[in-house]
Structure formats: structure tokens, C-alpha cells
Design a protein around this ligand. Structure first.
Ligand SMILES: CC(C)(COP(=O)(O)OP(=O)(O)OC[C@H]1O[C@@H](n2cnc3c(N)ncnc32)[C@H](O)[C@@H]1OP(=O)(O)O)[C@@H](O)C(=O)NCCC(=O)NCCS
Length: 178
């Protein structure tokens, strides 16, 4: 793994409406890395590439989700899904949810995750959201530190949030009013 000096890195964030073949390959590779690192979009084992391609292509068809990507020197190195409730849910129409936020191990520590959260907050405000919510496994300590440093408040815990190899993992719930 090559470690890039910070002055040689260019960070950018955008949201995808279509996926180029290069971006799709990056997203699939990143997902495989996320699964191997134990925080992989719900997967515990790496599925075949075709399944991952369908997942990402399908994501763009879901109109409740905005796919935000973080780039390091132009390559997608992380992503965040921003969920808005469908129009029938009037009671929660001003709430946004952050889901499946991930940065590949080689691109960590450059501020990419923070920049994607800032972008998600801007997009949420532009869409008249008043609160952002998310949930995290207790084992994701870097993410917990990150969201708390961004002013997200923990309001609850679920002792049986996920099960991996038969063992239950606690989950934490956060919100931030914007
Ligand atoms: C959490 C994660 C997204 C951070 O990505 P990143 O691009 O390295 O984060 P940033 O460089 O933007 O760091 C932002 C802040 O996160 C926190 N942080 C990041 N990595 C950390 C670590 N290893 N230990 C403790 N805090 C950490 C710090 O508060 C840091 O701020 P600082 O640099 O001012 O100290 C990344 O580690 C990851 O993908 N982890 C696995 C998946 C996951 O947990 N996703 C969240 C699910 S909601």
C-alpha cells in the first residue's frame, strides 16, 4: 500500500446520477474492501462482482437515495448514501438518514469521510431537512468518534442490532438537528 503525502492529495466529493465503468469498478472494489474490513453494507462475505455491479447500478434507480462519492485524486475512495423518506411519509419528510458510509483503508486519514458528511449536510439543508439520523455498530470506533466530533448526539442503543457468526453486536443511534 502506497501512502500519499497530504500535499499530493486532492479530495473532492460529488453525487452520482449515472455511473461510468471506471466509477463502477472503483465502487465494486471499495465494497469488497469494506466487506473484508467488517463494515460492508450488510454483507459478511464478498459476493461475486456481478452482484456488486447490480447493487450499485440499482442504487441509482432508487429515488429515495442520493449516492455521494468521495474521490482521492479523481478515484472513488469512499461513499455515503443519503436517504430521504418517500413523499407519503409526511411525518418524517424533514428527516434525512446517512447510510453505508465508508472510506477504503488506503484513503483514510485525509478528511474524505468528514468532507462527505459536510456535503450530506449541505444537500439535506437544500432539501429542507431539519434532522439527520444514522445508526452504527458499536465496533465502528472511528466512525463513532467522527460523528460525535461532528455534533451527532447518541440517543439510544440496541443490544441485538446485528448478528455476525451467531454473536450479537450492539448498535448505537445518533441524530443531529441542522
Ligand atoms: C469511519 C471512516 C469512514 C473514517 O474515514 P476517514 O476518511 O479516514 O475519516 P477522516 O479522515 O475524514 O477523519 C475524520 C475524523 O474521524 C475520526 N477518525 C477517523 N479515523 C479514526 C481512527 N482510526 N480512530 C479514531 N478516530 C478516527 C477523527 O475524529 C477524525 O478527525 P481528526 O482527523 O480531526 O482527528 C473510515 O474509517 C471507515 O470507513 N471505517 C469503516 C466503516 C465505518 O465504520 N463506516 C461508518 C458506518 S456509519
Amino acid at each position: 500500500m502506497t501512502i500519499l503525502p497530504k500535499e499530493k492529495t486532492n479530495i473532492s466529493v460529488d453525487s452520482l446520477e449515472t455511473i461510468s465503468n471506471t466509477d463502477l469498478a472503483d465502487l465494486c472494489y471499495n465494497t469488497e474492501q469494506a466487506i473484508k474490513a467488517g463494515g460492508g453494507f450488510g454483507w459478511i462475505t464478498v459476493p461475486p462482482r456481478e452482484v456488486l455491479k447490480k447493487y450499485w447500478n440499482g442504487m441509482l434507480l432508487v429515488n429515495t437515495n442520493t449516492l455521494i462519492v468521495g474521490r482521492l485524486n479523481g478515484d472513488i475512495a469512499g461513499s455515503l448514501q443519503l436517504y430521504f423518506y418517500p413523499p407519503n411519509n409526511e411525518a418524517q419528510k424533514t428527516i434525512a438518514k446517512i447510510q453505508s458510509h465508508f472510506v477504503v483503508p488506503w484513503a483514510r486519514g485525509y478528511g474524505l469521510a468528514k468532507t462527505m458528511i459536510d456535503y450530506a449536510i449541505v444537500k439535506s439543508k437544500e432539501n429542507n431537512k431539519q434532522s439527520i439520523q444514522l445508526d452504527i455498530r458499536e465496533t465502528q470506533t472511528a466512525a463513532i468518534k467522527l460523528f460525535e466530533s461532528k455534533g451527532f448526539i447518541k440517543w439510544g442503543e440496541n443490544p441485538a442490532y446485528a448478528f455476525v457468526n451467531g454473536n450479537s453486536i450492539k448498535g448505537y443511534y445518533y441524530y443531529k438537528n441542522i
